[in-house]
Design a protein around this ligand. Structure first.
Ligand code: NAD
Length: 453
């Protein structure tokens, strides 16, 4: 039943034990559930021995193969007047989950993506691709990935012979997304590609065409569009909870290390703060409104003499105009203190997200005046892992043959608009846009099933 000693396998082990314990007393069931949560908290490495030692026992539990979520239920812990306790974590059985190959073992892969598989219900890591064999071997051991499922960039194409891999998740520098998507599609795999999709409209179009030709799905990893608080903000905007939205302000700024890194090389990054962090302002504005901009105007400034900004831009200020009349003002910075927030100003209320784009700790405030009294409401953050939600959406799209909510077309549209932003700054004039204008959610696919609660 278990093909590997992964965190995911360990979680299923716990869930299976919980299911097997349904005839036992409540305290035992609660113990098992808490043990499962503890497993998530303590991390992958400590989880592995348990999975390894006990994996063989599962056969004896008669766990059916490929039947979907185990859907374990537990009796209520608290009175109905107390806050509702969380439902058990109900992941799919390992042999039903979609196998992912992670390409590039840098900061994002190691700090966010691989750990997120422990909170994923439908995805599991089954292969790695890296240029550093030593690092890959250590990571493979941490996540229970077979040595035979570890590839170099040269042997990447051999993924085609690995039936466990259904999705390739590309977590490489921006300029490499194009090549690895084309090769991945040729290997017959679905592609989940990190943002920004690529470094030019032409590359984006070729990536879409390659996946279409191969009959494979292409999703861009816009995690914010799967994150519950941002989805709640989108719902409030779309349902006009506070009347018509008129103005939006967004910022995504960080102070870059002075060390040499690919993000400061135009050939690898494609640009500076705009495609890296400013893209969140652009993409999230479009996500909230469901509209496409008709015009952009922009200014760019980089501090003279700062080595980081010899090839790429430091600061970008851009304004997007939408058919409904909404104006969105956005700023991105690579040389200022961490600031990642937005405010949506509507007729009868304001929705603020601060932080809006971080990996965790996001917070929302809504200001309005019910009964004439200025009131601030703070919806609680469900605290879901954004990367797990995003990967689960991709896995569901693969299993249910749906178009991802953020397909390649969504990344292409952002690239078109970013090129218009650069053009506007260069020519010091507004640039008109027409593609997708007049349609709602012109480039999005099926919304994620795990809705904000
Ligand atoms: P990183 O530099 O930490 O990792 C990049 C990896 O690519 C490294 O392991 C490096 O060895 C490898 N690599 C392969 N070929 C390379 C080459 N020619 N030059 C440099 N490195 C090469 O970067 P990261 O922060 O993990 O970013 C990777 C991708 O993920 C980027 O596209 C970035 O925009 C995206 N990203 C997304 C988020 C998000 O929240 N969705 C956050 C951070 C990064």
């Amino acid at each position: 039943m278990f093909q590997e000693n992964s965190t995911a396998a360990a979680l299923d082990q716990m869930a299976a034990q919980t299911q097997a314990a349904t005839s036992c007393d409540t305290s035992r069931r609660q113990f098992i559930n808490h043990a499962g949560r503890g497993l998530l908290a303590v991390g992958v490495a400590t989880a592995l021995p348990l999975a390894s030692a006990e994996a063989g026992d599962l056969g004896g539990l008669g766990l059916p193969a490929a039947t979907g979520p185990l859907d374990v239920k537990l009796p209520s812990l608290s009175a109905p007047t107390d806050p509702k306790s969380e439902d058990p974590f109900n992941p799919d059985a390992p042999d039903r989950r979609v196998g992912f190959a992670i390409v590039g073992l840098g900061r994002l892969a190691l700090t966010e993506i691989l750990p997120a598989f422990g909170k994923s219900k439908h995805a599991r890591p089954v292969a790695l691709v890296s240029g550093d064999a030593d690092k890959m071997s250590k990571v493979a051991q941490q996540y229970g990935i077979k040595a035979s499922s570890c590839y170099s960039y040269q042997t990447y194409d051999n993924l085609k012979n690995n039936p466990e891999v259904e999705v390739i998740y590309i977590v490489l520098p921006n300029a490499l997304h194009h090549e690895y998507t084309l090769r991945g599609a040729r290997a017959g795999k679905h592609i989940l590609c990190e943002k920004p999709m690529a470094t030019s409209v032409k590359e984006c179009e070729e990536m879409i065409a390659a996946c279409q030709k191969a009959g494979k799905k292409l999703m861009i990893a816009y995690r914010i569009q799967y994150e519950p608080l941002n989805r709640m903000a989108q719902k409030a905007v779309r349902e006009k909870t506070y009347g018509t939205t008129k103005l939006i302000q967004m910022m995504n700024c960080q102070n870059e290390a002075h060390d040499q890194q690919w993000r400061h090389k135009k050939a690898l990054a494609g640009g500076g703060s705009l495609p890296d962090v400013g893209l969140y302002c652009l993409n999230t504005t479009r996500f909230l409104l469901g509209e496409e901009p008709t015009e952009v105007s922009a200014q760019i400034y980089s501090t003279p003499g700062d080595d980081r900004f010899k090839e790429i831009e430091e600061n970008v200020s851009f304004t997007l105009r939408f058919p409904s009349g909404v104006i969105s003002q956005c700023i991105s910075g690579y040389g200022t203190f961490n600031a990642k927030s937005y405010a949506v100003h509507a007729e009868t209320g304001t929705i603020k997200m601060d932080p809006a784009f971080s990996y965790n700790g996001l917070a929302q405030e809504r200001e309005h005046a019910p009964g004439g009294k200025q009131t601030t409401e703070k919806p609680s953050n469900p605290g879901k892992d954004q990367f797990a939600l995003e990967m689960d959406h991709m896995a569901e799209c693969v299993r249910q043959n749906k178009t991802p909510y953020t397909p390649g077309e969504e990344g292409l549209q952002d690239q078109r608009i970013m090129e218009a932003i650069y053009q506007s700054a260069k020519e010091n004039r507004p640039v008109k846009l027409t593609i997708g204008v007049g349609k709602t959610d012109a480039f999005r696919g099926t919304p994620p099933s795990e809705e904000a609660s």
